[in-house]
Write a protein that binds this ligand. Structure first.
Ligand code: MN
Length: 736
């Protein structure tokens, strides 16, 4: 039984092996801190809990990571499982270490068991969105590896669940990060619990044949080594291995073969110093053994997206046994084994290379991975670094995917509209925040709700980034605040109506309302007000539509009326109907066949009683009266469509009103002309409504008068008097 102290010594020795300048005193105090905080906690296998962080640190050391990684690995379960805090760790071991531990803790809180495929995808994306410090993922992988190694002490249910997660999430991530060795071990350990029968079968057969396998491998190994030495290729290492159980399992499964039938069971590796030597070795291998066509792959010239470089070829040995040979340099091999970890190790020695830029290539690597090396993927991992998304956790560890810039409001509504509607407060990573707080990747968001909550405020619609949240907020206002919406919508609508010069009585008029409601698409006006109130409709849109509708209605009514009247008039003319009583309009006119109709005198010819006149039924403005000699009333200019609208109009006998009419007086300009005109008009006892004059360039003066007269006789008298004024040349009644 290995003691905890022996394990720690072994860890220190491993670190010394690659990093003599590691901060050993801080590593020791991290170990002591973790041991103290985990106290009497025990693992299921009966060892003290501290064994686990120690072993995780051991794996991290085997990845050759830096002091901070080792320290974080030792402390990785402290925040989750002990009374230690982020602040305490930051104070003792620095903010970087605390951030890494915090990151690992967040990943630990992720719940996978209930995850749909969509959630898996979110999770993988999020893991990398959090790769601002890749060490978080590396430690999490080491943690998972140790847990899988000690999984036999767990319940069968937990074994299956963890094995599934490992196969779905961690092994693919290890592959992405180029960590072949870790990936293989994770896959084999998962297979052991996912398909125990097949796993046992493969292992048993490998075991049974192991002597035979060893013999074959050492024969090839010595043959190759001897040949390389002979040819003077320096510093070459050759070794063989049987492929790992999961790789065999997959081949059996995919090719529906027994293990004996699986094509190549063996893989040999030749490690050399230089790229040139790699190609030399390839020549030697192809010289010694018969290559299988189409199995050569040059990953040195074209590296895999996860940085992997090697030459691959499959050949057939003496007994007809096929085997694969991988040829690469020692540097390439380090990358192949440790992937990102190896790269990270190289980078960290260089000053100024750390931080964001160091991880740029990881992001790129992950972006380019799609469809690469499809054979190696069971499930393709589409990990894109979506800059327009943010991934956060629920307190239970579920991952929620929100648009970038999302706030606690978006989060709450993405959980459930009830959560959003009863939200009274929000905490991010345990700290109270405002509702406009912008969420970051990996934040743990907690929403406080209350039954007494007032519900969302209208400002939330502006604060929310997701359309989902906005539409749920709108829904709420629609449903919960109907009275308030109606009141608010009505006042908004009425002020808009006023602005456009319409009145509410025009809208509510019984013959207009049904058409208006149909036009705006609501059952009642209250419904329309409510929609305006909660923002689903605007009062401007409503008023515009109503104005259009009212205009159309008035036109339709006028045409209808005109058509009826014209038909009636024709019937009278043709003697089919009794002559209707002549009736008198307020303006001293008799419009044939119509009573009490609206009458106006046309502005173009300003008729006065005594003038021969004719009427025209306008669209919506009653009957317009013209002089018969007005060009606008000329029978030759009437259109066929309007023919029915011309109607006989006569002056009634008892004229008492004054009628406005226009006159035009053309004179040779002279002084006192205006005085003479005024005198003439007053002598006729007519009042002048307006008088304009202008002089022409060739010495004429033209007066435009509007006067009030009782009839055409008085008008003739006025015109005569004006004509008699010296230098007046013409007095006209303008028309047309
Ligand atoms: Mn752990």
């Amino acid at each position: 039984m290995v003691t905890v102290e022996e394990r720690y010594e072994h860890l220190e020795k491993t670190i010394r092996g690659y990093n003599i300048s590691a901060d050993f005193s801080l590593i020791l105090s991290a170990y002591e801190y973790a041991r103290e905080h985990h106290g009497a906690q025990m693992r299921r296998d009966g060892t003290p809990y501290i064994t686990h962080p120690l072993q995780v640190a051991q794996i991290v050391a085997e990845m050759r990571l830096d002091s901070e990684s080792i320290i974080a690995a030792l402390l990785h379960d402290c925040i989750e499982d002990t009374n230690s805090t982020y602040e305490d760790i930051a104070k003792r071991f620095g903010v970087t270490v605390a951030d890494i531990v915090d990151g690992v803790t967040k990943l630990t809180r992720v719940k996978y068991s209930t995850m749909e495929e969509e959630q898996m995808e979110n999770l993988r994306k999020m893991l990398f969105a959090m790769s601002r410090d890749i060490r978080v993922i590396l430690i999490k992988i080491a943690d998972r590896l140790h847990n899988m190694r000690t999984m036999e002490y767990q319940t069968p249910a937990k074994q299956k669940k963890k094995a599934f997660e490992t196969m779905e999430i961690y092994a693919p991530i290890a592959h992405r990060l180029g960590m072949q060795k870790v990936k293989w071990e994770l896959e084999d350990l998962s297979l052991k619990y996912l398909d125990p029968v097949a796993y046992a079968d493969i292992n048993q057969k490998l075991e049974a044949a192991s002597a035979e396998h060893d013999q074959f491998m050492s024969a090839v190994q010595s043959e190759l080594t001897a040949r390389l030495t002979e040819l003077g290729i320096p510093n070459a290492t050759v070794y063989g291995r049987v492929k790992h159980p999961y790789s065999i399992y997959r081949k059996m499964y995919a090719q529906e073969k027994t293990m004996e039938e699986v094509y190549d069971l063996f893989a040999f590796r030749v490690l050399v110093d230089s790229v040139a030597d790699c190609y030399n070795v390839l020549g030697v291998v192809h010289d010694l053994y018969k290559p299988i066509l189409g199995r050569f792959k040059d990953y040195i010239a074209t590296p895999k997206p996860n940085m992997y470089q090697s030459l691959h070829t499959t050949v057939i040995g003496e007994d007809g046994i096929p085997f694969e040979v991988q040829i690469r340099t020692y540097d390439m091999h380090a990358i192949a084994e440790y992937g990102v970890a190896a790269h990270w190790k190289y980078k960290q020695g260089l000053r100024g290379e750390r931080g964001e830029r160091t991880y740029e290539w990881i992001r790129r690597l992950l972006e380019n991975q799609e469809d690469a090396d499809a054979e190696d993927f069971i499930h393709s991992l589409k990990i894109d670094m979506f800059s327009d998304e943010v991934f956060v956790f629920t307190p239970r560890g579920d991952v929620i995917n929100l648009p970038a810039g999302a706030t606690p409001i978006d989060f709450a509504y993405s959980i459930h509209s009830v959560i959003g509607n009863t939200m009274v407060g929000a905490k991010v990573n345990g700290r109270m925040v405002g509702f406009d707080y912008q969420l970051h990747n990996g934040d743990v968001v907690e929403i406080s709700t209350s039954k007494a909550a007032h519900g969302p405020s209208r400002d939330w619609m502006k604060t929310a980034k997701s359309s989902e949240a906005r539409s749920k907020i709108r829904q709420w206002f629609k449903r919960e605040r109907k009275e308030e919406n109606i009141a608010q919508g009505r006042s908004s609508f009425e002020s808009e109506l006023k602005r456009s010069g319409l009145t509410i009585s025009q809208v509510t008029a019984p013959d207009a309302l049904p058409n208006i409601l149909k036009r705006v698409g609501f059952q009642t006006l209250d419904e329309m007000y409510a929609a305006i109130g909660y923002g689903g409709y605007t009062s401007l849109k409503a008023v515009n539509r109503i104005r259009d509708e009212l205009l159309q209605l008035s036109r339709a009514a006028a045409v209808e009326k005109a058509a009826q009247e014209a038909a009636a008039a024709r019937e009278v003319q043709e003697g089919k109907a009794p002559l209707p009583q002549k009736s008198k309009s307020e303006k001293g006119l008799i419009v044939e066949g119509l009573s009490n109709c609206l009458v106006k005198f046309s502005k173009c010819c300003t008729p006065v009683p005594g003038d021969p006149i004719v009427g025209f039924i306008t669209r919506g403005y009653g009957v317009s009266v013209h002089r018969k000699d007005c060009p606008n009333a000329d029978p030759d200019r009437r259109t066929a469509a309007d023919q029915g609208r011309w109607i006989k109009v006569t002056w009634s006998d008892d004229v008492y009103e004054a009628y406005s009419t226009a006159l035009e007086v053309v004179c040779k300009d002279r002084s006192n002309l205006l005085v003479d005109i005024s005198t003439a008009l007053s002598s006729c006892k007519v009042s002048v409504t307006s008088l304009n004059s202008h002089c022409t360039a060739d010495g004429f003066a033209i007066f435009h008068l509007v006067i009030s007269v009782t009839d055409s006789k008085q008008l003739e008298q006025v015109m005569r008097k004006l004509h008699n004024i010296s230098s007046v040349m013409k007095v006209n009644r303008p028309a047309g």
